[in-house]
Ligand binder design. Structure first.
Ligand code: NAD
Length: 252
């Protein structure tokens, strides 16, 4: 019951890493708000967790007005906002020379601006409360470049440094801001590479631990960063990647 009665908002909470994170916080006693643009998934998942302590809110994180409305609604309904997990994200598979401008823009809007909007909406509330914790889902793709991930690399790399900036800005307000940087996780976002013959095996070979993560392995680190065990951590970008970004690329 480490998070008993804490109010936790998780964007992209309807699927994958976000759903595993919602489940973890729910198990540990939190009041969980699953904020996702997919209404069907979010509603069903909140009902599955149930017992009045899991709630669904529809939001497109790329829309400032919607994100601001979400955070204000949560604050008004539950009387506070203790933890925000900015996790919603989309993938993109196109090289720098080929990416369509609209796709670049959408990836930046969701994966970067969505994180900023969440922070911008939550930070004044957390500052007024005198406490709050934010965990952003960045990526190992924010720490190094990938083939064919230009927009995603740009957005996630920006989330990594934005996390540091927000942490520095608000450390004196009693607010901690950290990020997780997952390596490959077997979720819906990876479907685009699953269609390419041999791609999954090639990715797994690049990970020193030789496999993809389970969403729960990322959720556990998010919960740790949100907990008092991480009370002296802010501005950190924690790689949860089976050694992927520790590897120099030297062949074995
Ligand atoms: P997922 O596709 O299973 O879940 C993403 C969720 O975000 C979905 O429920 C989706 O409906 C929601 N979402 C997408 N766009 C949204 C928007 N504009 N507004 C609100 N909700 C939106 O994928 P996942 O792997 O669980 O991804 C979660 C986060 O983890 C993303 O930020 C992703 O970039 C990051 N990540 C994933 C991996 C991986 O390999 N799966 C690796 C590193 C980082």
């Amino acid at each position: 019951m480490r998070f008993r009665d804490k109010v936790v908002v998780i964007t992209g909470g309807g699927s994958g890493i976000g759903a595993a994170t919602a489940r973890r916080f729910h198990q540990l006693g939190a009041i969980v708000v699953i904020a996702d643009r997919s209404e069907e998934r979010g509603t069903n998942f909140a009902a599955e967790l149930g017992a009045g302590r899991a709630h669904y809110r529809c939001v497109d994180v790329a829309d400032w007005a919607q994100v601001e409305g979400l955070i204000q609604d949560v604050h008004a309904t539950f009387g506070g906002l203790d933890i925000l997990v900015n996790n919603a994200g989309i993938g993109s598979l196109a090289t720098t020379a080929d990416i369509v401008i609209e796709e670049w823009q959408r990836v930046i809007d969701v994966d970067l601006n969505g994180v900023f909007y969440g922070c911008r909406a939550a930070l004044p509330i957390m500052r007024a409360q005198g406490h709050g914790v934010i965990v952003n889902t960045a990526s190992a793709s924010g720490l190094a470049g990938d083939y064919g991930f230009a927009a995603y690399n740009a957005a996630k790399g920006a989330v990594v440094n934005f996390t540091r900036a927000a942490a520095v800005d608000h450390a004196a307000d009693g607010i901690r801001v950290n990020a997780v940087c997952p390596g490959p996780v077997g979720t819906a976002i990876m479907k685009s590479i699953e269609g390419i013959p041999g791609a999954v095996e090639a990715w797994q070979e690049r990970v020193p631990m030789g496999r993809f993560a389970e969403p729960e392995e990322i959720a556990g680190v998010i919960a740790f960063l949100a907990s008092d065990d991480a009370s002296f951590m802010t501005g950190a970008n924690v790689a949860v990647d089976g050694g992927l970004t520790a590897h120099s690329g030297q062949p074995n």
